[in-house]
Design a protein around this ligand. Structure first.
Ligand code: BDP
Length: 727
C-alpha cells in the first residue's frame, strides 16, 4: 500500500514537473505575439492537417527561402507536432513550395496565368491532384512571395481553417509597407509606451539581439517590408559612418525576412556632420554631399530603402530655411538615392505658428501648389487627418488634392492620443474610416484607398506607413491588445479591403484562443473599443484637448505653451456662446480644401455627421442635436457612455479567464482598471471644465463627478512616458 502511495506521489511529482516545465517553456508573457504555434487542440483537425502535409517539397537555396522554411518547420512542429518528410518529388500528400525557377510543379502551365498576375510579392496557394496524390502548392515569382505564402498557410492552420480545397491568390495593394520608429539613438522612444528602443545602438554592430529576428518574423508575417530605424526628429549622427555601420548590421539581420531599412535624415546634416556652411538644397556642394552620403550608405547597405524627412516642421530644419520649397528639398535627396533605386518619404506634417491660419489648413496650403513637381521616387507622407493623429479626425484634405504626386498614408500605431499603452483601443476601425472616406476628387467613389493604391494614377509609387508601438517590453507593445494594432496595420497595408472584424478574428485566434465564445465576445468589444475612447476623450469632433505636456490625460484648460496651436483652448474654443472650431466657409474655411461634395457635407450643419460636428462648427450649448437633445446634454452623455463602455468591456473580459492563460488574463484585467480610472478622469475633468462655460447642469441621471474640477487641474504627472525623459 505504502509503495503504491509512493508511486502515486512520484507520478504526481513527475507530472507537476512536466507541467511546470511546459508552462515555463511557454511563459505567456506575450513575447511570441501572434506567432505562438502551440499544438492545435482539435485533435481530428490536427490529424487531417498532418495527413494533408505528410511530405514537403521545398527547395531553399537562399536566405529568404531558408527563413521561410525555418518558419514553416517550426510552425508545423508546434501546431501539428509533426515534421513532414522532405522529398524532392512528392510521392504522397504533400506541401509543395517554390518558384517557377526552382520547382517543376510551380513552373507548370496550369500556374502561368496566376503567376503572371502576382507581381513580386504575391503568392498563390492551391490544392491540386497530381499523379494520384493531393498536393497543396504555394507558388510565387520571388522568394519574398514564397515567404508571404508560407506565413499565410501558417495563419490558416493557426486559425483552424480548412486547407483541403484551397484556391487563393494574394498580393499587396501598396509597394512600400513601412514601420516608422520614432526611436532615438539614446534608446528613448518619442511617443513610445513600451519601454526603450529595441535597437541597441551601443552594442551594435557586433551584437545582434535575437529580438531583431523575432521582430523581422512578426513583420514578415503581416507583409511589412520596410522599417525606418530612427526618429523623424532626427539626429544627424545617425548618418555618420559610425552609426551607418550599425544600421547595416540591422539591415543584414532583417534582410532574410524581406525587410529593407530606411533612415530619417536631418536636413541640416551637411552642416552638422559634413562641415558645410549651408544645407541649401540647390547648392552644388550640398547636392554632392548628399550624393556621396547616399553612395556611402549603399556601399554598406546595398538594398537601403531611402530617407524619411520631417522638414520645416516643429522646429526641424528644411529647405524653407534657404528660401526653397518642399519640392526643392525632396528632389535633391531623391536625386541622391535615385541611382540606387531608393526613395524619399517627405512628410506633409507641417504647420507654422507664425502663419495666422487654422493649423488644419497649412499642409494643404504648402503642398497642393507643388503637385506634379516632385521626382518620381518621392512620396509625400500624409497623416490620416490634418491635425495630428487624434482619436478621430476627418480624412486629410491632401488625399485626392495632388493627383500628380505620390502620397502615402501615415498612421500612428503607438497610442499617443489613444491612452498610451494602458487603454485597450483596437485601431483598425480608425484606419478603415480614413481608407474608406470618399474624397470625391474625381467624382463619387474616389476613396482614400484608391488614391493610396494608385488606382487614381497608376504611374505613382504607393505606400503606407505606421508609427511603431514597439519597445523593449517583454510583450513588445506594452498592452497585450496593443499587439493587435501592429498586426492590423500590417494586414491593412497589405490589403486595405480587409475588414476590421476579419483581422481581429485572426489576431484573437492566433494570439489567444480559437474558442468561438472567446473570439466572438472579445472581438465585439475590440471593435467597439476605439469609439469608447473617442467618447471619453474627444466626442463629437473635439480634438487635441489632452494635457499639453506629455499628452497624458485631459487638459482642455491648458493654455501656457509657447505656441497657440499647441494649446487645447485653440482647438475647442469653448466660451459662453458655445463650443467647437468654426472651419466652415464663414470660419477658417478649412472645408474649402475638400472637393465640393465633401465641403458641402461638412459645411452644412444639416449634413455634417455628428462625429465631426465640433471639428467644423462652433455651436451654442443649447443647439438641438439630431437626437433632440441639447448639444450640452449629448456631449455629457458621450463622456458618460465612454466610461460605461469600459466597464462593460471589463465585465466581458472577467468572464474570459477559462480561455486565456492566467498571465495575460490578469495583466489585461489590471490594465483595464487603469483604463477605467483614466477614462473616469477624462470624463469628470472635461465635463466639469466645459460646464464652466455652458453653465448647464449635468443631468441628474448620471453619477456626480468623483472630484471637483480644481482637483483635476491641480494634478501633475511627472515622468510621463514617451517624452524622451524631459519631464
Ligand atoms: C506629434 C508628436 C510629436 C511628433 C510629431 C510628428 O507629438 O512627438 O514629433 O507628431 O509627427 O503628434 O512629427
Amino acid at each position: 500500500m505504502s509503495i503504491k502511495l509512493n508511486n502515486y506521489r512520484l507520478k504526481g511529482i513527475l507530472l507537476l514537473f512536466i507541467l511546470t516545465g511546459i508552462s515555463a517553456a511557454h511563459a505567456e508573457d506575450g513575447y511570441r505575439l501572434w506567432l505562438r504555434y502551440d499544438a492545435i487542440s482539435n485533435k481530428s483537425l490536427a490529424q487531417s492537417y498532418r495527413s494533408a502535409i505528410s511530405q514537403l517539397v521545398f527547395p531553399a537555396r537562399n536566405p529568404v527561402l531558408d527563413a521561410a522554411k525555418k518558419e514553416l518547420r517550426s510552425g508545423l512542429k508546434g501546431l501539428l507536432q509533426h515534421q513532414p518528410a522532405e522529398v524532392k518529388t512528392a510521392t504522397g500528400n504533400a506541401l509543395v513550395i517554390g518558384m517557377p525557377q526552382n520547382n517543376s510543379l510551380v513552373a507548370g502551365a496550369q500556374f502561368k496565368t496566376v503567376l503572371n498576375g502576382l507581381g513580386t510579392d504575391g503568392y498563390f496557394i492551391r490544392s491540386v491532384a497530381t499523379g494520384g496524390k493531393n498536393c497543396l502548392v504555394i507558388g510565387a515569382n520571388t522568394d519574398k512571395g514564397v515567404l508571404y505564402g508560407v506565413f499565410n498557410l501558417l495563419r490558416l492552420l493557426q486559425t483552424n481553417k480548412p486547407i483541403d480545397h484551397l484556391n487563393t491568390a494574394d498580393q499587396p495593394s501598396v509597394t512600400y509597407r513601412i514601420l516608422d520608429h520614432w526611436d532615438n539613438l539614446n534608446r528613448t522612444v518619442e511617443r513610445g509606451y513600451a519601454g526603450f528602443s529595441i535597437w541597441n545602438w551601443h552594442k551594435l554592430p557586433e551584437f545582434i539581439d535575437p529580438r531583431y529576428l523575432d521582430y523581422a518574423r512578426a513583420n514578415a508575417s503581416i507583409g511589412i517590408n520596410g522599417t525606418v530605424l530612427n526618429n523623424v526628429n532626427a539626429n544627424a549622427l545617425s548618418l555618420t559612418n559610425q552609426y551607418l555601420v550599425k544600421a547595416a548590421a540591422i539591415a543584414n539581420a532583417l534582410r532574410p525576412y524581406g525587410i529593407r531599412v530606411y533612415l530619417s535624415a536631418r536636413f541640416s546634416a551637411p552642416i552638422e556632420i559634413g562641415g558645410l556652411k549651408t544645407a541649401d538644397p540647390l547648392d552644388p556642394t550640398v547636392k554632392k554631399w548628399w550624393a556621396d552620403k547616399a553612395d556611402e550608405i549603399y556601399r554598406l547597405i546595398p538594398d537601403f530603402g531611402g530617407f524619411l524627412v520631417k522638414a520645416n516642421s516643429e522646429g526641424q530644419p528644411g529647405p524653407q530655411s534657404y528660401g526653397r520649397n518642399h519640392a526643392d528639398g525632396a528632389n535633391m535627396l531623391a536625386d541622391a538615392v535615385a541611382p540606387h533605386h531608393g526613395i524619399v518619404m517627405w512628410r506633409a506634417f507641417v504647420y507654422d505658428n507664425n502663419v495666422p491660419d487654422d493649423r488644419a489648413k497649412q499642409a494643404y496650403n504648402e503642398f497642393k501648389p507643388l503637385d506634379g513637381q516632385f521626382r518620381s521616387n518621392v512620396i509625400i507622407q500624409v497623416k490620416n487627418g490634418a491635425i495630428d493623429f487624434q482619436p478621430r479626425e476627418p480624412f486629410h484634405p491632401l488625399f485626392g488634392a495632388m493627383p500628380k504626386t505620390a502620397l502615402m498614408l501615415e498612421l500612428q500605431i503607438t497610442q499617443e492620443y489613444l491612452g498610451f499603452s494602458t487603454h485597450l483601443v483596437y485601431e483598425a476601425p480608425l484606419v478603415k474610416e480614413c481608407l474608406d472616406a470618399d474624397t470625391y476628387s474625381a467624382g463619387k467613389g474616389s476613396t482614400v484607398v484608391k488614391v493610396l493604391t494608385g488606382k487614381m494614377n497608376p504611374d505613382l509609387i504607393t505606400g503606407i506607413a505606421g508609427v511603431a508601438n514597439i519597445g523593449t517590453d517583454m510583450n513588445w507593445c506594452g498592452h497585450p491588445f496593443a499587439q493587435a494594432n501592429w498586426y492590423a496595420f500590417g494586414r491593412l497595408a497589405w490589403n486595405p479591403a480587409q475588414t476590421s472584424t476579419a483581422i481581429a478574428d485572426d489576431w484573437l485566434r492566433m494570439t489567444f484562443s480559437n474558442s468561438q465564445t472567446f473570439v466572438a465576445d472579445v472581438k465585439k468589444f475590440m471593435l467597439q473599443s476605439r469609439e469608447n475612447t473617442v467618447n471619453y476623450m474627444t466626442p463629437l469632433g473635439l480634438h487635441h484637448i489632452m494635457a499639453a505636456t506629455g499628452h497624458y490625460g485631459p487638459g482642455p484648460w491648458d493654455n501656457n505653451l509657447s505656441r497657440a496651436d499647441w494649446n487645447p483652448i485653440y482647438y475647442h474654443k469653448a466660451d459662453a456662446n458655445g463650443i467647437g472650431f468654426d472651419r466652415t466657409t464663414q470660419g477658417s474655411n478649412a472645408v474649402g480644401q475638400y472637393a465640393p461634395q465633401v465641403r458641402d457635407a461638412f459645411n452644412n450643419l444639416a449634413a455634417c455627421p455628428d462625429i465631426y460636428l465640433l471639428w467644423f462648427h462652433h455651436l451654442p450649448w443649447n443647439y438641438k442635436m439630431r437626437s433632440g437633445e441639447t448639444l450640452w446634454n449629448e456631449l455629457v452623455d458621450h463622456y458618460y457612455r465612454g466610461v460605461d463602455s469600459v466597464r462593460a468591456m471589463q465585465q466581458i473580459w472577467n468572464r474570459m479567464g477559462t480561455y486565456v492563460d492566467s498571465e495575460r488574463f490578469t495583466e489585461v484585467q489590471q490594465l483595464m482598471n487603469i483604463q477605467l480610472n483614466e477614462a473616469t478622469r477624462w470624463r469628470d475633468a472635461c465635463v466639469q471644465y466645459f460646464q464652466t462655460f455652458s453653465n448647464m447642469p449635468i443631468p441628474a441621471k448620471y453619477p456626480r463627478p468623483l472630484h471637483p474640477l480644481q482637483y483635476y487641474k491641480d494634478q501633475r504627472f511627472n515622468f510621463v512616458p514617451g517624452t524622451g525623459g524631459s519631464n
